[in-house]
Design a protein around this ligand. Structure first.
Ligand code: HEM
Length: 386
C-alpha cells in the first residue's frame, strides 16, 4: 500500500505549517535517504569503536600489527563517513521536519516515549557530527567537556536511539522500500534529482577532504584541516616540543634511554643507541583526526632491546615519554606490536635526525597504531611480564 503524504491540516495550526509544502517529501524518500544514512552511521560507529578499543583495549580485544595501513584505512573511513553524514542528515531531517510540528505532539504515554527517543536521536546525531568536525579542525575551545569521553558515550546513545527508531519505523520502511514509490508531481526537483544532489554533496566533501590521508589527492584537499605534506621534515605535528614542555630535557646531553627487563636495566646514551643494529621501516603516522602521512623511519628495533634485557618475545612493552602532563605520556605495546620487526625506537626520519617536534631524541613508531600511541621523546621502556 502506498502511503499518501500527511495532510497539512493535521500539523500544528501555526502559519509555519504553510511552509511545509514540498510534495517531494514521502516515506519513500525518507526511507531511501535513511538507508544511506544508516549505512554511513554503521561504518562510522564500527570504525570509531575500533579506534577507541585500540586505545583502551578491553580484555578480549586483539588488534594485529599487520597490515601496517589498516588503522589508516579504518580511521580515514571514520572521518570520511562522519563528514558524509552531514549532507545525508540534512536531507533526512528536511524530509521529515514537518512531522516535528504535528499537533497534538503525542497521543498517549507510549507515543510520548517514542517522540522523546526521536528527540534524543536528533540531539545525539547533531552532537556527534558537530563535535567530530570541531575536533578534526583542532578547534577545542567551544567544547567545555573532554571530547573523547563525550564523543564515545554519545555514540552509544546515538546508536541505541537509532535502533529504537528503525524498530519503530520498520513497517513504514518495509512498505516504502518495497513499493514502487508514490508519483512525484512533475515540475520542480524530482526525487532522483534530490538524491543526486545529496550524492554530489557527499562527493565534493569527500574529494575536498580525503587528501588528508590519500596523499595523491592532497592538492585537492581544500577543506581538509591538515595537509599531510606540511610540517618539519615534511610531516605534520600535533604537539610541539615547546607545547609539551620537553625542550630542555630532550636536548640535555645527559639524556639516557632506560631499558628495563627481567634481565636487568640498560641506560643508553644517544651514541650507544646509534651504535646498535639500525633498521629502517616505511610506516604511516596516522592521527585519530583522520590525517596520515608515510615516512621512512630509522632506528633500533624494540624487539632487539627487549631481547637485550632478557624479555620474552611475547611480552608487552611500556613506553614512557619525557612529557609530564599528558594523557598520552605512556603507551603500551601489545605483544604483536612489541614483537614486530617494523616497530622501532626511531632516531631518524627521511634519513635525517628526528626534528625536536617529531620526538627527538627518540620516538616510538609501530605499524598499525594511532598517532597518539606513537610516543614521542621516549625516556624509558619497560618489558612487562606476561
Ligand atoms: C541520524 C539518524 C536519523 C535521524 C536523526 C532521524 C530523524 C528522524 C526524524 C526526526 C523523524 C520524524 C519522526 C516523527 O516525528 O515521526 C524520522 C522519521 C523517519 N525515519 Fe529517521 N532518522 C534517522 C535515521 C533513519 C534511518 C537509518 C532510517 C532507515 C531507513 C530512518 C527512517 C525513517 C522513516 C521511515 C521515518 C518516517 C517517515 C514518515 O513517516 O514519512 N531514519 N527520522
Amino acid at each position: 500500500m502506498v502511503r499518501v503524504p500527511e495532510p497539512l491540516t493535521r500539523l500544528h495550526p501555526s502559519r509555519l505549517s504553510r511552509l511545509f509544502t514540498s510534495r517531494l517529501r514521502s516515506p519513500q524518500l525518507t526511507s531511501r535517504i535513511g538507508r544511506l544514512l544508516g549505512i554511513a552511521v554503521a561504518v562510522c560507529f564500527v570504525t570509531g569503536y575500533l579506534s577507541h578499543a585500540i586505545q583502551h583495549p578491553p580484555g578480549w580485544f586483539y588488534w594485529p600489527s599487520r597490515p601496517v595501513y589498516l588503522y589508516r584505512v579504518t580511521q580515514g573511513l571514520h572521518v570520511a563517513t562522519g563528514l558524509a553524514i552531514v549532507p545525508l542528515l540534512a536531507a533526512k531531517l528536511w524530509s521529515v521536519y514537518p512531522k516535528l510540528f504535528r499537533w497534538p505532539p503525542f497521543r498517549d504515554p507510549v507515543h510520548a516515549i517514542e517522540r522523546l527517543s526521536v528527540f534524543v536521536l536528533v540531539a545525539a546525531a547533531l552532537f556527534q557530527v558537530s563535535t567530530g568536525i570541531l575536533n578534526i579542525a583542532l578547534w577545542y575551545s567551544p567544547m567545555s567537556f573532554f571530547f573523547t569521553t563525550a564523543h564515545y558515550w554519545t555514540a552509544w546513545i546515538f546508536i541505541g536511539a537509532l535502533l529504537v527508531h528503525i524498530g519503530v519505523k520498520l513497517p513504514i520502511i518495509r512498505r516504502a522500500l518495497g513499493a514502487p514509490g508514490h508519483p512525484v508531481p512533475t515540475g520542480g526537483l524530482s526525487r532522483r534529482g534530490l538524491l543526486t544532489a545529496v550524492g554530489a554533496a557527499i562527493g565534493v566533501i569527500t574529494v575536498a577532504t580525503i587528501g588528508q590521508t590519500l596523499r595523491p589527492l592532497a592538492g585537492l584537499s581544500v577543506l581538509g584541516p591538515r595537509d599531510p605534506r606540511v610540517g618539519p621534515q615534511g610531516l605534520p605535528v600535533n604537539r610541539s616540543a615547546d607545547a609539551a614542555g620537553v625542550t630542555a630535557a630532550a636536548t640535555d646531553p645527559a639524556y639516557r634511554l632506560e631499558v628495563v627487563g627481567p634481565g636487568g636495566t640498560l641506560r643508553l646514551s644517544l651514541a650507544e643507541l646509534g651504535a646498535l643494529a639500525q633498521h629502517t621501516a616505511q610506516l604511516p603516522i596516522t592521527c585519530v583526526e583522520g590525517w596520515s602521512a608515510t615516512a621512512t623511519w630509522g632506528g633500533v628495533r624494540v624487539s632487539d632491546l627487549v631481547a637485550a634485557v632478557g624479555g620474552a618475545p611475547g611480552a608487552s612493552v611500556r613506553v614512557e615519554s619525557l612529557e609530564q602532563n599528558s594523557l598520552y605520556r605512556i603507551s603500551t605495546l601489545a605483544p604483536p606490536h612489541a614483537a614486530d620487526p617494523l616497530t622501532l625506537l626511531a632516531l631518524r626520519v627521511g634519513g635525517q635526525t628526528l626534528d625536536l617536534d617529531h620526538g627527538y631524541p627518540v620516538r616510538l613508531i609501530a605499524p598499525n597504531r594511532p598517532g597518539v600511541l606513537q610516543t614521542k621523546w621516549v625516556t624509558r621502556i619497560e618489558v612487562l611480564q606476561p
